[in-house]
Design a protein around this ligand. Sequence first.
Ligand code: PMP
Length: 396
Amino acid sequence: MFERIERVPGDAILGLIEAYQQDSNPQKVDLGVGVYRDDQGRTPVLATVKKAEEQLCQNEATKSYIGSHGDSRYTEAVTRMVVGEDSATLKAGRISTTQTPGGTGALRLAADFLKAHLPNRAIWLSDPTWPNHPAIFDAAGIEVKRYPYVNADNRLDFEAMLAALKEVPEGDIVLLHACCHNPTGFDLSEDQWHEILEVVKSRGLLPLIDFAYQGFGDGLDQDAFGVRLFVEALDEMLITTSCSKNFGLYRERTGSLMVLAADSEQMQNVRTQVAIAARENYSTPPSHGAAVVAEILSSQTLTEQWKQELADMRGRINGLRSDFVAAFRPHGLEERFAFIAEQRGMFSYTGLSQEQVKRLRDEFSIYMVGSGRANIAGLSEESLDYVARAIATVVK
Ligand code: PMP
């Protein structure tokens, strides 16, 4: 029965990891994979996560199931972190939060919920976006459409984005990246968030904001600007979150889906349906990562320490961004690459062509994805000059 099943090529990023591992050049640099790296190229377990795990190890009393919505200590703490302590929408009991297996699980849960209850609506994604976005919504049977996001000069094309959103049919879903846009690194300004909100309101669109990098851009509160603006202004929207990056919990699969409804009654109705979608997918979420986050966020001391660890990761990335631009100075390319210091999050759309990316890999052992997306956290103070020189060679 399986003889007709075709083999598909492996994931491009996994292929890149393999090629990097086999490369014997001591100067090799990996700018491909989407995880945070410290200056030694490691992705360490945060010290606060280790402490929380020790406490859990002492105190955890059962491995029995948690409910479909997960651990309420976690969901309540994460909701406050996302919408802010003073959110009127939160106080009005209009937000349902469900713990999910990572941000990916949150997106799939959102997709299944939307497909079941709001059928025949398309979802609009930025072009480009994280490749798993179209894959997830397509797999759930939702039609995927695109709005422009960057122009040919590799800059945010806000005018084109806004114009396209003004044409989206009423009731369709629009996916926005809260901050640290993956793959481009180009984020919306506060004014631009206001303008998008006006279009969402006037066209009656349903926003889904993907918040996978809270704290990796400018700060926990700063990065939430767009999310909080929408949460206080709209009756209905969805938010997906992830603790993969900001708590470094990647493999523990820790995320959440928040659904906002017009009043607490409707929120409770929605909540019962989200639980059904979860049960049909994976029944109940994995416990460990969320328990770690709950442990950290319920202790003032651990929270302060974690905020410092997060600030260190953010500071390293933003420091590398400006140092990288400076490294282009001797090559007369500082202005050309100045945008790298303005982008936010781990990723930078460098504007390099596929051919240039290939040359970087073949001639300099510098690995990045074909689209020209570079993981800035893959750089180090040591490799900056080497990478800038290599890029200068391939763009000349
Ligand atoms: N959304 C975006 C934009 C992402 O980049 C990622 C992870 N790379 C996710 C969601 C999902 O993250 P995870 O499933 O690892 O929590």
